[in-house]
Design a binder for this molecule. Sequence first.
Ligand code: SF4
Ligand code: SF4
Length: 586
Amino acid sequence: MTRIAVIEKEKCHPMACGGYLCIRVCPVNRTGQDCIVKGEDTKASINTEFCTGCGICPKKCPFDAIHIVNLPEALEKDPIHRYGENGFHLYSLPTPMFGKVVGVLGVNGIGKSTAIKILAGVMNPNLGKEKEDEAGYDELIRYFKGTEAQNFFEKVRDGKIRISYKPQQVELIPKSFNGNVRELLSKVDEKGSMEEIADLLDLREFLETDISKISGGELQRVAIAATVLKDANMYIFDEPTSFLDIKQRIKVSKFIRKLADEDTAVIVVEHDLIILDFMADLVNIMYGEKGAYGIVSLPKPTKAGINVFLEGYLKEDNIRFRDSQIKFSPRQAGKDVEKPALISWKGISKRMGDFHLSAEQGELKKRDVCGILGENGIGKTTFARILAGVVEKDSGEMDDTIKVSYKPQYLESESEEPVASYLQDAVVKFENQLIRPLNLNNLFDKKLSELSGGELQKVSIARCLSQDADLYLLDEPSAYLDVEQRLLISKIMRDIMEVNLKSCLVVDHDLLFIDYLSDDIIVFDGEPAKHGEVKGPFPMSDGMNSFLSGLNITMRRDAESNRPRINKPESQMDRKQKSEGKLYYS
Ligand code: SF4
Ligand code: SF4
């Protein structure tokens, strides 16, 4: 059996564990052999030749930095890429296919971005050797002999495949480009189709705006436009819908779908399962062990692939990659027990520059988790801030005696404060409900400014939920989190509201996440940047019906997994549901 030892270097703190605790407890070291040693970077380093796989050091390390993994037998080969000694191992790659959109689905830290960077040619794999020893195309072709990937890399080597790639972190674009949107797109426009793409992706209104001044959603669309303006026959998109609202997500999905034809292959990494389902023909599931190793499954039809992912079990390989199944329960209308009221409002009006927000009559109940749906720029955050008392309303009635804890949409922290002190309240009050399930102890020694997007999101959610308040407002808590983390957060939020008799408002664009966590729904109608109308809260199915009518789509539940799916436009189900006026099957 092949065994790998991985040490997550950023988690290894040799002094904080009492001075190389792993070295002291390793039975092989105790016999005098150098199984675990102090590495040149001062972190622990494991020599796999000596390691017996006894499993003691991963259990003892207080920071969860060590993984000793017995690999499935099929993996008794060198990895495609290894991040240095005791680093993450990647064992296979997704399969690009001409005429198809191939999705890549997996949790964070499982190697998705590494895999597609290798496919995109922006990162050279080292076939498990030292970092400097990067493999050329001929070596890669030999490594993949007899597989689809051999064919693929031969074509790349011979210039028959030209690749264009949209990286994950679009927020870094303004750091590397000075100028407006038009200037950026003109620079990369190899096809001469900038005007057409600008219309298709709704860029017209901000073409002359400086790149540093546009919003996250606008930046995402500019990055997608820049990718497709390159003359390529394979397009790779790493998380193309982050920062986009649902209307834009659907628009972008349709746009990406249309790119795939018999001469063009498309690969997409996406965490929004409803959108991935809508956009992709096939999916590759990535599994393994977070931070340790990643494997890519063979491609599967999207519907089946997503269900396999939710189940956590690959039947053909007999591999269970998650202990438990992710389940969606059918909703039971009218089963709710009557809940006491928390806050009500009536006829709220607020003008901010050219934008006007109005809210009809509405009421939130205690123990309620209420989802908020609507486009970007339509006043969701403003309404949340009015309820929070951070923004004053112009007119209308509101019970303003409640205390509100708020997590904003954009999280940026330059603070030097350590996570442990920032999360003091959560440690004292919610050790079992927040700190442990979200694995936040591992971040305690880090400063807020050192956290990744996903880490900062989890820390901010925990901080918000641990404050003493009646109502918790969370704006886009799903951003930067993978599917498993999103569903875990949903469960945590629901439990905390239920046990502590509190209420929660969640603004988010991931419909599956909203479906999973919400008791009811507030819908925002109107026109972005001009006016917004707050409607509801409605029961889930009424709210979704009202929201979907503005998008011209219908949704049903998957018979096998019960997860919500968008019907293919003009399919039998789509037409049936539209004729019945039931746009959402709950
Ligand atoms: Fe200490 Fe864990 Fe690092 Fe070993 S891996 S030195 S136990 S922090
Ligand atoms: Fe030592 Fe390997 Fe056991 Fe860790 S798993 S204590 S490195 S023998």
